[in-house]
Design a protein around this ligand. Sequence first.
Ligand SMILES: [Zn+2]
Length: 245
Amino acid sequence: MKLTVIGCSPAWPNPGGAHAGYLLEGDGGRLLLDCGPGVLARLREQEAWPAMDAIAITHFHLDHWGDLVPWVWGSYYRAGHDDIRPALWVHEGGRALLELLGSNLGFPDMFERAFELFEYGPETPFAAAGFMVTAIRLPHYTLETYGFRVTNGTATIAYSGDTGPSERLTELARDADVFVCEATLDRGVDDGEPRGHLSAEEALDAYSRSGARSLLLTHRPAELPVPDGIELAHDGLVRVVESSS
Ligand SMILES: [Zn+2]
């Protein structure tokens, strides 16, 4: 499968950057993990309108879902629009939340009209765009948040979304071919309580305990240093992921 980092900024944009958006392409289709502000514009640099089979959202902080709103408006109103509705996977209760957000941002069924809505349950694999995706609940302050483990049957990518330190994060990334892991913080001790993000050292610790085969740090403020020898995500990064086992 092919991984393209569409955007990888933290909760505020890095200079010229888009927020969270990770495109996975395989034989069965195209799956976008998260869709933060700036992601739709980036996708549109490559194609007039993104031909996406499915989108999966880790949690409802704006930097991970915000561009679903302009995606809705473009679905209805852009010249030459079609009636294709990508599958949109959100956690349980997400459908009701989108209805509430729609009531305030446009109209209650605005998301339902643009996307085919599905809710995923914790640790219950679901099929999306030809991939199997497993959502693992992770700690992110008090907000319901998941990381995704995605496989095409041979290669596996683990994506942390936003998370504090957790054994569950290690399990999410267990033996994955690529572990895309957030590292928002300079120091873990500066985080709130309950924890919500990782320092680079904490991301490295989860990586080393997971047995994952490679690490891609992401969601990292541009001002912060990156440990020697560690790869940092950038918008536009492409990685062909093959099973190394
Ligand atoms: Zn975030």
